[in-house]
Design a protein around this ligand. Structure first.
Ligand code: ZN
Ligand code: FE
Length: 255
């Protein structure tokens, strides 16, 4: 049996997600936005929390750690570069390290930009990516601590993952991301299709994720900054992709 996931909402717009290894019973929470909804998901699935895999230090990803740790004695893994800002850390990881959730193996990829130490977890054999506030569905995280060039490099690392990779991100921002994307990529048929799909999902109270890397390559302007059509729409024809990316991110901030 392969990896299982459970997706649910936390706080106002944070996604919570559990990753479960049926072979061993090991279960990881990807980040801990809030303890109560994570506890509820554990109760509903009957899974027992063994791990918390933290992506970055922001409170909306770490506030639930200590309450969960007190109850489950779970192991908390966090990015080495931000471990001093995250409570309850047992193990630190950096680029190229591997994490284990039972028999499931995740690769740590450093994705600086949103924060300087932000990491994502890629479970290659299971085609799962936990991207938190780096890559969103049809968007990307705000560049708060890092530089635009760092964030663009982080986007390219996501672009290099296999198309079939399922992407779980940190927030339900898809609707506003689509509005922005349509403003810079009007003629994109795949984006229009995604807009109507997401509208249906949200109207039905369903999450708009997981998405896939292959889908994001078609609809996410922040992954498509090297496309001539995007540069042209911004009046930046012929400009390098990193500059187009920075302009997209600036415009999104003001959108
Ligand atoms: Zn964040
Ligand atoms: Fe966040």
């Amino acid at each position: 049996m392969s990896a299982q996931t459970r997706l649910f909402m936390c706080r106002s717009d944070n996604f919570g997600v559990l990753l479960h290894d049926p072979k061993t019973g090991a279960t990881a929470a990807i980040d801990a936005p809030e303890a109560a909804p994570i506890e509820l998901a554990l109760q509903q699935t009957g899974w027992k929390l063994t791990d918390i895999l933290v992506t970055h230090h922001h409170a909306d990803h770490t506030d639930g750690i200590m309450a969960l740790k007190a109850k489950w004695k779970c192991r908390v893994t966090a990015p080495a570069a931000e471990a001093d800002k995250i409570p309850g850390v047992d193990a630190t990881v950096k680029e190229g390290d591997k994490v284990k959730v039972g028999t499931l193996i995740g690769n740590v990829i450093e994705t600086p930009g949103h924060t300087l130490g932000h990491i994502v977890y890629w479970f290659h054999a299971d085609n799962l990516l936990f991207a938190a506030d780096n890559l969103f569905s049809v968007g990307c995280g705000r560049v708060i601590e890092g530089t635009m060039d760092q964030m663009w490099s982080s986007m390219q690392k996501m672009n290099d993952l296999p198309d079939e990779t399922k992407v779980f991100c940190g927030h339900e921002y898809t609707a506003s991301n689509i509005k922005f994307a349509l403003s810079v990529d009007k003629g994109n048929a795949a984006l229009l299709a995604r807009a109507s799909e997401a509208a249906k999902q949200l109207a039905g109270g369903q999450p708009t994720i997981p998405t896939t890397i292959g889908e994001e390559k078609k609809v996410n302007p922040f992954l498509r900054a090297a496309e001539a059509s995007i540069a042209a729409n911004l009046g930046m024809a012929g400009k390098p992709a990193n500059e187009v990316f920075a302009e997209l991110r600036e415009r999104k901030n003001k959108f």
